[in-house]
Write a protein that binds this ligand. Structure first.
Ligand SMILES: C[S@@+](CC[C@H](N)C(=O)[O-])C[C@H]1O[C@@H](n2cnc3c(N)ncnc32)[C@H](O)[C@@H]1O
Length: 320
């Protein structure tokens, strides 16, 4: 029997532009990252779907998604209903197919690479722009004995601490640290908080460099290079330069701008090896929109949008 999934009944041709890059009911003046709230809401929503949940299930995302407003706390449970969930996905993805559903490949891709690094014995995990991501909760068992450092801006970290505290999920091995990557030196903050630069680390920057200035990105890579002992791994995402051309991402960019988060940074995908090499890292692996469409999406068993130009990369510190 084929199971129904939320987005099968989506009609993407009707209606007006209503895409909302924010959490449900999140106020305009909320200081908490709206993109982070959209992502964790997407994780909570796909986790409700019997088909999507076979590929990715996040039992913790709803903690964050529901905590952003009274409206979210009321509406999220209603998305257990297939039709309500389909309407939510349709509305959110009307201008950018995949804005909700892409998390079903994005989160497992990163989780699997982090798990692989942990299995290789790496004992420190640094999560940059953690937002409301639940990686450290989902990998709680594998992270026993691993030092975890989660970074974001102050309002996001305060929200994260509050939600985790409410659910009794503040872990002793996880430090919640505030930073602005465009202003502060990551290495200094890590060094002051118990990071051991002689031991390898896994550094994750998921949907972060896209929002930084060129200088901010260079600063982040320079810190990762300085802090990265041999065998350290870097997992990050980027947008191809070409998506900054007019017409490609206009609506998403406008919505993000309105929420105070502007997409700024891009790379040329074919130059990724050179880019990494020049910054102290050896390219290992990359998921592109094409490989995702060809190799991952068919395994999901339900419609999954591909974010144009969005890439996921795994690299390793080299000592040349
Ligand atoms: C698109 S969200 C991604 C959140 C999380 N990594 C995920 O994938 O679910 C981007 C995150 O990066 C954070 N961020 C963006 N620019 C930043 C900066 N200059 N300094 C610190 N954090 C930043 C935002 O606050 C937000 O939580």
């Amino acid at each position: 029997m084929v199971e129904e999934t939320s987005s099968k009944s989506c009609d993407r041709t009707k209606g007006t532009l209503v895409m909302a890059v924010r959490g449900i009911g999140q106020a305009d003046d909320s200081p908490i990252s709206k993109s982070a709230m959209l992502l964790v809401t997407a994780c909570a929503v796909v986790s409700k779907d019997p088909v999507y949940a076979r590929t990715f299930q996040d039992p913790y995302a709803a903690w964050f998604a529901a905590a952003i407003s009274d409206e979210a706390a009321e509406r999220l449970p209603t998305l257990d209903d297939l039709a309500a969930r389909a309407a939510f996905i349709e509305e959110t993805e009307r201008d950018l197919d995949g804005l909700v559903t892409h998390v079903v490949y994005r989160k497992p891709w990163i989780t699997d690479r982090v798990r692989g690094a942990l299995e290789a014995g790496i004992g420190q995990l640094v999560i940059l722009g953690a937002g409301c991501d639940t990686l450290s909760l989902r990998l709680e068992k594998a992270l026993a004995g691993v030092e975890v450092f989660e970074f974001d801006r102050t309002p996001v970290i305060d929200f994260r601490r509050r939600v985790l505290g409410q659910h009794g999920a503040l872990a002793e091995n996880v430090r919640l640290l505030t930073i602005d990557f465009d202003e502060d030196d990551l290495g200094t903050v890590l060094g002051a908080n118990g990071f051991d630069r002689d031991k390898p680390a896994i550094i994750v920057a998921e949907a972060v460099v896209e929002y930084l200035t060129g200088d901010g990105v260079e600063g982040l890579f320079a810190s990762a290079r300085r802090m990265g002992a041999p065998d350290s791994r870097l997992i990050f995402t980027f947008l191809a330069n070409k998506v900054y051309e007019p017409g490609k991402f206009d609506t998403l960019r406008d919505r993000l701008d309105e929420g105070g988060e502007s997409l700024k940074f891009g790379l040329v995908p074919s130059e990724i090896e050179h880019f990494l090499d020049a910054r102290g890292f050896r390219f290992l692996e990359m998921a592109t929109p094409e490989t995702i469409e060809r190799e991952i999406v068919p395994l999901v068993g339900a419609p999954v949008g591909i974010i144009p130009g969005w890439h996921l990369v795994l690299a390793e510190r080299h000592m040349r």
